[in-house]
Design a protein around this ligand. Structure first.
Ligand code: SF4
Length: 382
């Protein structure tokens, strides 16, 4: 595996802007424009660490993209803003869909795949039961930072400065609160506003750090917050939201994802790349182009992790996803969703329903088929 963690990356070439970025999962296109920006390269993962902020799209159970939910694992984004009631704690991807009827999963996103690999029971609670989750400060800050970085590209290149980005924060925070009223509970007990001020200040710090890692005056993204969805030959539907797609004049594609957490230690880099290879596979299947580079920008630690995939990488991730989907299918039919306790349980909103913590899951809401051996205990990250 050819990964690299680098400090300030080389400035990418500039490319013509390509129209307004898709703002919501519901409205986004499912293709990557075949034109030009200047790329660089990739990453994704799951070290035993607190969920930070990724974001992805809609819940795996959504059939109609027009109703895609966008909660998910950390770093929610503007996409989540379009989903009233989406669980902030779940990020942009669509966990905790509260209120909708239970339904079998019909597609897979990186966050939900990560849920299943982390703990099958967590996947059930988020995707099948759609239990509500409390908004978290970290995930909500990730959503806010993503929104600011996305909106900054609305400005002419020369005006994409750190002060301008900082100035976007209050307005984007207002928008976020308006679109997700449940966020009011985050600072409900913060009478003097001190905690909110610290939280906003941390968001500023993350935004400012981005300018030490990339130079937005030299970038012209082909897409921002791009909802992608592809169906594999097996019928498995993959979906996700890509933070930014750069396309070089040569046609080379770079997929970029922002993380407000810290870069993983090298031994966990492969896990971190899972999400990015997932996106690369989707883009490959949609456009028949293997992205030249996958790039993770860690605003929490000031690192950039890149990876240049080859077709064999993506074929491998496809095989892995098919195995994962088969395990999910079996668990869905049998109702056999096993808890897998780890350090991450400390961040799980569902301990009260988890047998590992003395809880009882709600009645299984789907029809059951006869039990069969499940491979879910053998799943791991990439
Ligand atoms: S508390 Fe831990 S074991 Fe239980 S559902 Fe949550 S992640 Fe899984």
């Amino acid at each position: 595996m050819e990964t690299s963690t680098q400090a300030p990356e080389p400035a990418p070439d500039r490319t013509p802007a390509s129209g307004p970025a898709p703002r919501t999962a519901a409205a986004t296109a499912t293709t990557v424009p075949a034109q030009a920006t200047a790329p660089e390269a990739p990453a994704g993962g799951s070290a035993p660490a607190a969920p930070t902020t990724d974001h992805e799209p809609a819940a795996d159970t959504t059939v109609d993209t027009s109703t895609a939910d966008t909660s998910g694992a950390a770093e929610t984004s503007a996409a989540a803003e379009a989903v009233p009631g989406a669980a902030a704690g779940a990020g942009r991807e669509g966990a905790g869909g509260g209120g909708r009827p239970a339904a079998p999963p019909v597609s897979l996103s990186p966050s939900r795949a990560g849920d299943f690999m982390q703990c099958p029971l967590l996947y059930r609670f988020r995707v099948i039961d759609r239990l509500p989750e409390r908004p978290s400060e970290a995930a909500t800050r990730g959503t806010l930072v993503h929104a600011v970085l996305e909106r900054l590209f609305d400005a002419p290149a020369a005006e994409r400065t750190a002060p301008r980005a900082r100035a976007l924060i209050p307005g984007q925070w207002d928008r976020l609160r308006e679109s997700r009223p449940e966020l009011v509970e985050l600072f409900a007990d913060d009478a003097d506003g001190e905690r909110l001020a610290r939280w906003l200040s941390e968001a500023e710090r993350l935004v400012e750090r981005w300018f030490t890692l990339e130079d937005p005056t030299r970038l012209e993204p082909a897409e921002r917050e791009l909802f992608v969805e592809a169906e594999l030959a097996s019928g498995l539907r993959l979906r996700g939201i890509i933070d930014r797609v750069d396309v070089a004049p040569t046609g080379e594609v770079r997929i970029v994802d922002y993380k407000t957490g810290k870069a993983p230690r090298p031994e966990y880099a492969e896990g971190a790349l899972f999400q990015m290879k997932f996106y690369a596979l989707v883009v490959w299947r949609l456009k028949r182009v293997v992205p030249r580079r996958l790039q993770l920008v860690y605003l929490g630690s000031g690192d950039v992790l890149t990876y240049d995939p080859v077709p064999a990488d993506l074929e491998r991730i496809e095989r892995k996803l098919l195995a994962l989907w088969e395990a999910i299918r079996l668990a869905t039919e049998t109702g056999d969703w096993r808890p897998r306790p780890t350090k991450l349980c400390g961040w799980c909103d569902h301990r009260a329903h988890c047998p590992e913590f003395g809880g009882t899951p709600p009645p299984y809401p789907l029809p059951l088929a006869p039990a069969a051996p499940s491979p879910q205990g053998r799943m791991g990250a990439d």
